[in-house]
Ligand binder design. Structure first.
Ligand code: ZN
Length: 254
């Protein structure tokens, strides 16, 4: 019996995957509006740090029922010694964040695991060898991490580098795919590490927010970009006394 197309449509899930929001509520709201109706919200850490609205970002993630992991900035915000590894500007912003956030935000951030499995995906901030700190920036590092994905998973969703990119198995070994706006990657059962890029502080030379849509039934990821009010966020950062260089970099996405 043929099912109506609309019924079939409702059976395939659309999951929005967010990373490195960095207390940028304006960017997060632009992304959620752009993503439209989704079945799940997953996030890959660095929810806070750098940006002006840490409490409001956590509140929004709780409202939409986001699941996910903590990043090095989240751990530092909760009082962790991770702050000792920050550069001077990141450290100043983290000291501001620690003063600004509520006990409820600290409690929620503290409750996040450093790694979690959801379906075929293994979610982490940095890497599977080093959840908070390792940057996956080369095929060699990607390959080593693919080999330590959790049992039963084959897709590693991770952030930390703020770069939309994927490392996917192919005939030659591992291919590097740039996550350009609107680009889809058909996984076809292959293993891959996939980075959605950053919502709140892009670093690939494009100042618009980057995010990913994961469709498990189609086995497809698609990167998206959306503009947000950068100048408004820069004003908030200036008013809060956050480092001016951190505000300036949002204009250029570097
Ligand atoms: Zn980050």
């Amino acid at each position: 019996m043929a099912l109506p197309g609309t019924f079939g449509h409702h059976l395939s899930m659309r999951i929005v995957v967010l990373s490195d929001i960095h207390a940028n509520l304006t960017a997060l709201d632009a992304v959620l509006a752009d993503a439209g109706a989704v079945d799940r919200v997953w996030q890959l850490g660095d929810i806070v740090g750098y940006g002006p609205e840490p409490d409001a970002v956590v509140e929004r993630l709780r409202e939409v029922g986001a699941i996910g992991v903590r990043g090095n900035h989240d751990a530092a915000a909760c009082g962790g010694s991770e702050i000792d590894w920050f550069n001077p500007e990141a450290r100043r912003a983290m000291e501001w964040t620690r003063r600004a956030i509520s006990p409820e935000t600290v409690e929620w951030l503290s409750s996040l695991p450093s790694r979690t499995v959801a379906g075929a995906c293994d979610l982490v901030h940095g890497s599977y060898r080093d959840p908070l700190w390792e940057y996956v920036t080369s095929k060699a590092v990607a390959l080593a991490n693919l080999d330590v994905l959790a049992d039963g998973t084959r897709i590693g969703l991770h952030g930390h580098t703020h770069m939309p990119i994927a490392f996917v198995e192919d005939a030659a070994g591992l291919a590097t795919i740039r996550g350009r706006a609107g680009a889809s990657l058909e996984l076809e059962g292959r293993r891959a590490l996939v980075n959605p890029g950053s919502v709140g502080q892009p670093r690939d030379g494009d100042p618009t927010s980057s995010y990913l849509i994961w469709e498990p039934e189609a086995d497809r990821v698609t990167w998206h970009r959306v503009a947000y009010d950068v100048a408004g966020v820069q004003r908030q950062m200036r008013d809060a006394g956050l480092p001016t260089a951190l505000a300036a970099r949002l204009s250029v996405g570097l």
